[in-house]
Design a protein around this ligand. Structure first.
Ligand SMILES: Nc1nc2c(c(=O)[nH]1)N[C@H]1C(S)=C(S)[C@@H](COP(=O)(O)O)O[C@H]1N2
Ligand SMILES: [Mo]
Length: 422
């Protein structure tokens, strides 16, 4: 490889010249020699005994050493687990896909356990012909595969008044990003035949909460899907097995799980979840309503309060995720000094509309404290605002749609903390 490998080069000098030499050299610079390290010089136990055979694990689960990678809830947010939320461990993940077992859950009446043979989807209201589908009936339709994020509108809602929860799992973990297999809702509505005054739909869940939301017909006919698979396998019961509505880019509450009925109407229904909940009370006493689209947002997942820098100063990789309900994310900026200097992050992985994007920023950490932030730009030109800008626009009464820039303070030991800079 390059001359940077010369043993005479000082560590700092090595790192400096390695920056110019490119990625592969940098990675090599992070390693050391074998001397004095039994983990490489001696055979480990697992190297000397036969392991489990092929049938020991008919449905695979993660390594026992990954047991900390799990959904977590916040005690004071969980009055009753039947109507509550837990959070995706964003700081443990990489790439753009959320594994099915750690997708955050939000239920209003617990998880419905549905026998798919007894499950039906009904279309009624302003249609030429009311229809009832079995799961098998639905399998006759052409299906699509698309990757979308689902973000609860309340994600980061606890941070409106100031930095509060210590970990991106808790501040930003009401989001998952999954490849759905499903049927464009348009095909199903066209089979039933929309009447000319059909302007809205009301999807309804088969769970104890019987959740409903009004959705304009334009969105229903545009990119909504009736999904039955996530990341290649059946939806998990937590995510709406056997059928859920996918409403790309729009607030998670509208993605009705355990979908059993879609009513077609000529005006919105003004149900609970679009009046008393999922509306934003502004400073002047007026409430924003029908704020469906999720604004562009990003967060640094590593380092973060649950994921300190453990390797000490020197070459350091910052990573995070960004998304927008209006399109893709062509650019994310990262700052390590609280916004004095911004650097273009390196985007890596597929870039889909209304899907999570992964970014990286590699730099030489001198061991002094950091103020880390990321700022997303979406394909419409929208730039993620600061938290204070949001507060100016919307006051402090809001819970929902907090997409302000997150700050992590990292101390000399690499420990990170949730803070705000003014
Ligand atoms: N039937 C039904 N659908 C529902 C809910 C529910 O309680 N019941 N919760 C909604 C809310 S508020 C959100 S944020 C998302 C959460 O989806 P998830 O559990 O897959 O993360 O589902 C939505 N769909
Ligand atoms: Mo939600």
């Amino acid at each position: 490889m390059s001359k940077d490998h010369k043993a005479t080069t000082s560590r700092r000098g090595f790192l400096k010249s390695a920056v110019a030499a490119g990625g592969a050299t940098l990675a090599a610079g992070a390693a050391r020699g074998a001397e004095g390290d039994p983990a490489i010089l001696e055979l480990q136990e697992w190297n000397q005994v036969l392991g489990d055979g092929v049938d020991a694990r008919p449905y695979g689960t993660p390594s026992q050493y990954e047991a900390h990678v799990k959904r977590r809830s916040v005690e004071w947010l969980t009055a009753d687990p039947i109507s509550s939320v837990n959070f995706t461990p964003l700081h443990e993940l990489d790439g753009i896909i959320t594994p099915n077992g750690v997708c955050f859950e939000r239920h209003h009446g617990g998880i419905a356990e549905i026998d798919p043979a007894q499950h039906r989807l009904m279309i009624n209201g302003l249609v030429e012909q009311e229809l009832v589908f079995t799961m098998q009936d639905l399998m006759r339709y052409p299906r699509d595969n698309r990757v979308y994020f689902l973000e609860c509108a309340a994600n980061s809602g606890m941070e409106w008044r100031g930095a509060q929860l210590n970990g991106c799992q808790f501040t930003h973990g009401m989001i998952h990003n999954v490849m759905y297999t499903g049927i464009p809702l348009r095909y199903i509505l066209e089979t039933a035949g929309l009447k000319t005054n059909a302007k809205w739909i009301l999807p309804e869940g088969a769970d104890a909460s019987g959740m409903t939301r009004s959705i304009p017909i334009e969105k229903a006919l545009d990119d909504c899907m009736v999904a039955f698979k996530m990341n290649g396998e059946a939806l998990r019961p937590e995510q709406g097995y056997p059928l859920r509505l996918v409403v790309p880019g729009w607030e998670g509450n509208m993605w009705i799980k355990w979908l059993r009925r879609i009513e077609v109407g000529d005006e919105p229904w003004h149900h609970r979840e679009e009046t008393s909940k999922y509306t934003d009370l502004l400073e002047n006493g007026q409430a924003r309503r029908f704020t469906w689209e999720m604004d562009a947002k990003s967060v640094i997942t590593n380092p973060s309060p649950q994921a300190p820098i453990l390797h000490g100063p020197g070459r350091t990789t910052i990573t995070g995720v960004a998304w927008s309900g209006r399109g893709s994310i062509p650019r994310v900026d990262v700052t390590i000094d609280g916004g004095k200097n911004w650097h273009a992050a390196r985007m890596s992985g597929p870039s889909f509309d209304k899907s999570m994007h992964r970014f990286y920023y590699e730099f030489d950490w001198d061991g002094s404290p950091l103020l880390l932030q990321s700022r997303a730009h979406d394909s419409t030109g929208y730039v993620q605002p600061t938290k204070n800008q949001l507060r100016e626009w919307r006051g402090l009464n809001s819970i929902y749609h907090n997409n302000g820039i997150q700050t992590w303070y990292v101390n000399e030991q690499g420990i990170a903390e949730n803070v705000e800079v003014s």
